[in-house]
Design a protein around this ligand. Structure first.
Ligand SMILES: Cc1cc2nc3c(=O)[nH]c(=O)nc-3n(C[C@H](O)[C@H](O)[C@H](O)COP(=O)(O)O)c2cc1C
Length: 167
């Protein structure tokens, strides 16, 4: 049986929700990481990934500037980084200067990878679609990386940006 409720009441049932950190460089060449829960694999052949970024976020300028971005699957050890990157704007803060997080250069695109993440995907910007207050960016994956040490992915496990691993 189903009971009609308002949208916010129904969408609260979504957890656990995967999360990624997307990284793109701004016009000064500074890499800006942003934490995103609204993301998906969008194509298998060729491989593509999609991210929904609020139009007001600095990341929109960065992605449009560099025409490429990294999609990172953070590990369950990276909750503090995900919360920092997801609460400060690159418009006013150099997030990688303020939060100690190991990075390495991308192999195929002008962006960076997060060394301790479970996986990193280098994407070239393929298309974008305005969706209400967000913009959906679709990127073609041109290079993929995994952590040789393994590790568990980080998820949002409950409301209020409660982050953790899933079993
Ligand atoms: C767990 C978590 C999930 C988030 N998911 C999204 C998302 O899907 N889309 C989005 O635009 N912002 C999302 N945010 C908020 C942005 O990460 C945050 O506003 C960030 O500071 C924007 O940075 P920027 O201005 O440098 O782009 C999320 C934040 C957290 C902590």
């Amino acid at each position: 049986m189903q009971k009609q409720v308002d949208y916010s009441g129904a969408v609260r049932t979504k957890y656990p929700e995967q999360l990624v950190i997307a990284i793109a460089k701004d016009k000064d060449g500074r890499a800006n990481p942003v934490t995103l829960g609204w993301t998906m694999i969008a194509s298998g052949k060729p491989p593509m990934m999609a991210i929904a970024v609020a139009s007001k976020h600095y990341s929109v300028e960065c992605i449009n500037n560099s025409k490429c971005f990294t999609v990172v699957f953070p590990s369950s050890e990276m909750a503090d980084a995900a919360l920092f990157f997801g609460s400060k704007s690159g418009r006013s803060v150099d997030k990688f200067a303020e939060f100690d997080c190991a990075t390495e250069p991308g192999k195929e695109i002008d962006s960076v990878l997060l060394t301790d993440a479970v996986a990193n995907f280098e994407c070239t910007l393929e298309s974008q679609l305005p969706a209400g207050d967000h913009i959906i960016f679709v990127g073609q994956v041109v290079c993929s990386h995994i952590n040789t040490a393994g590790g568990k992915r980080l998820y949002t496990v409950g409301p209020g940006h409660k982050l953790g691993a899933c079993s």
